[in-house]
Design a protein around this ligand. Structure first.
Ligand SMILES: Cc1ncc(CNC=O)c(N)n1
Length: 225
């Protein structure tokens, strides 16, 4: 019964409608190569240098979501977004530490086109004319793609290399999963209260995020030379 109710939410419906794209974004060959231990370390380093810069733009986006939380929302709603924002601070510290370990020079990275495109899209979402419902739905989905992807690398039969365990735990842990469920609740509540036009806008953004996540993995798993 509760399962049925859950599946009637807009986020669940959109996941069903876009099942193929969602699966492509969460079962990418890059992630599979981590899971089966065959990953080329250069691909991993390549992903990390690009992702660090993406996350810096993500901070600005999450700050914009925080500002859009309705003042009459329960205190808990703001706390969830604030928790997401503070987690990004330790994430940035973690990226720098990892970069040091892998001998990556983060300040020398050239942003590749798929990363630039994604960051540009985040900037659009940061604008005032992107309603809270669309923004919080986007935020949930951005986190969900990483969670669902990296969770698979922690399954019992996964052969994730030891050096990558801290990475996959960052996004694939049960705690991170719980956090994505909290975001999903915020998204569904906001979407329920949104106008038809706002729901349509959020749905478009939903599809765009999945496309951008997929292209981000494609970029990461491909190293020239
Ligand atoms: C491209 C991309 N999508 C989602 C995430 C996960 N959120 C925060 O770290 C990420 N790091 N990078």
């Amino acid at each position: 019964m509760s399962g049925q109710l859950e599946n009637r939410t807009l986020t669940a419906e959109w996941l069903r409608q876009n099942h193929e794209l969602y699966t492509a974004a969460t079962n990418h060959s890059f992630i599979k190569s981590i899971r089966d231990g065959t990953i080329d370390v250069n691909n991993f380093k390549h992903w990390m240098e690009q992702d660090y810069h993406f996350v810096r733009e993500l901070v600005r986006f999450v700050a914009s979501v925080l500002q859009k939380v309705p003042r009459n929302a329960p205190e808990h709603d703001l706390d969830v977004i604030l928790g997401g924002l503070t987690a990004l601070e330790s994430e940035i510290t973690w990226f720098r530490k990892e970069a040091n370990f892998w001998q990556i020079f983060l300040e020398r990275v050239t942003l590749l086109q798929p990363n630039k495109d994604y960051c540009e899209f985040l900037k659009e979402l940061e604008r005032e004319d992107t309603p809270y419902a669309a923004a919080v739905t986007a935020f949930w989905l951005i986190e969900l793609v990483y969670c669902a992807s990296f969770m698979s690398c922690l399954e019992e039969d996964a052969k994730t290399p030891y050096e990558l365990v801290s990475t996959v735990k960052r996004w694939g842990s049960p705690e991170f999963h719980q956090y994505t469920l909290s975001l999903k609740k915020l998204a569904d509540k906001a979407l329920e209260n949104a106008s038809d036009a706002e729901q349509k806008q959020a749905q478009k953004i939903f599809v765009r995020i999945l496309e951008l996540e997929l292209k981000f993995w494609d970029m990461a798993g491909f190293v020239l030379g």
